[in-house]
Design a protein around this ligand. Structure first.
Ligand code: HEC
Length: 117
């Protein structure tokens, strides 16, 4: 293969690998723990996990819930680490492994897959 083809091949693989990471690792956590309140209808906290565009959008007073590539700037990370005023999910905290998975996902640029529903 020419270097260009190798590059395109790797880039395409990387894309599907990223969306698989979302579908298999991230979406189940969101579906189980977050979507009941953070969907387009309720959008608690002005946050919806139904599409990426909404999630990375800058909200009026509070900045973006997710800043791709920047876990420390993402309100979501502080909420699930419970190190600020807003602690998510309400009640029991997420398992440590799930917290790590969501942080890792944002660090990778918050890639999306199919809808998390
Ligand atoms: C029972 C409903 C409910 C569930 C379940 C829930 N949230 Fe929330 N979430 C809220 C409400 C209500 C707010 C607004 C809180 C406030 O403004 O004080 C909020 C706010 C947020 C915010 C905005 C924080 C900020 O500082 O702007 C984020 C991010 C968030 N939730 C993430 C999550 C994540 C991730 C999960 C799942 C792990 C989750 N939430 C589960 C109700 C919920």
């Amino acid at each position: 293969m020419t270097p260009l083809l190798v590059y395109l091949f790797l880039a395409a693989q990387d894309g599907s690998e990223q969306s698989r990471f979302f579908d298999e690792r991230v979406a189940p956590i969101l579906r189980k723990n977050c979507l009941a309140c953070h969907n387009h209808e309720l959008a608690d906290g002005d946050v919806s996990f139904e599409d990426r565009e909404t999630l990375v959008k800058v909200r009026a007073k509070r900045g973006a819930a997710v800043v791709p590539g920047e876990p420390e700037k993402s309100a979501l990370v502080h909420a699930i680490r419970r190190d600020g005023d807003v602690q998510m999910p309400p009640g029991n905290k997420l398992a440590a492994a799930d917290v790590e998975t969501l942080i890792d996902w944002i660090r990778r640029g918050a890639p999306w897959g199919a809808q998390p529903k």
